[in-house]
Write a protein that binds this ligand. Sequence first.
Ligand code: HXC
Length: 260
Amino acid sequence: TPFETILVERHGPVTLFTLNRPQALNALSSHVLADLTQAFAAFEADPAQLCAVITGSGDKAFAAGADIKEMAEKPAADFFAEDFFAGWTRDLVKATRKPWIAAVNGFALGGGCELAMMADFIIASDNACFGQPEIRLGIAPGMGGSQRLTRAVGKAKAMEMCLTGRMMDAAEAERSGLVSRVVPQAELLAEALKTAQAIAAMPPLGTIAVKELVNLAFETTLDQGIVAERRTFQVLCATQDKAEGMAAFVEKRAGVWKGK
Ligand code: HXC
């Protein structure tokens, strides 16, 4: 099914989602969330799809934020009544066990920065810039920015950025641990897809387990996290892919994964 606000392409086992409202710098309207929710659910449900990339159309923006024009019109009580923005974390972050990468190709501001941080990691183009400018609009981050940015770059930078709206360029974002890598803009999509293909070539239960464990590090104590890791390791030892992986190593050949 074609969507109005996003493009969805399959590259073998990798799904590419492209935010597709370039005339609004890919601003994240409720319509975008509805489209992404449906597209992510299809990705998650398809056993042939193993990793995803999300990027923005055009060469200027990943996403310049939540849609300011939509929010400007909305009656105040509706934000609370609809639990506005709850769907982003509920339907994309919590409902998706498979890994997905944000390929940030320009502005990632407000909700755009927050969406990028919902991904399992970010690869940025050299012209990318990140910011939480909500303060300038009389609001505050609402899709996780105050929490995920603080965890990603620490208190000093997160506090300064959220209080002043100052943007971070790609080099500072890499230095600060917000992004895993910076690549030239012309190579961004190819690099992100190549990385996603590399993940998709791994034993699929392993990638789901790794994602869960790394995310758990943000939610739990070290002791409980270490126990969860050890149990997960033990469970993976019962899989066919573990037997195959170790046999393939001994026989000096590539493994063939079943996701079982
Ligand atoms: C709706 C947006 C938009 C947005 C840009 N546009 N950002 N529309 N929502 N977040 C639209 C513009 O209105 C304009 O449409 C078109 O995209 C091009 O943008 P320009 O401003 O003309 O481009 P430029 O001069 O290059 O400036 C780029 C920019 C600027 C610096 C990124 O667009 C900007 O500051 N955008 C807003 C960034 C922001 O404040 N984001 C946070 C949003 S709040 P027209 O029709 O005029 O051509 C948020 C809330 C989270 O995310 C939580 C709240 C509770």
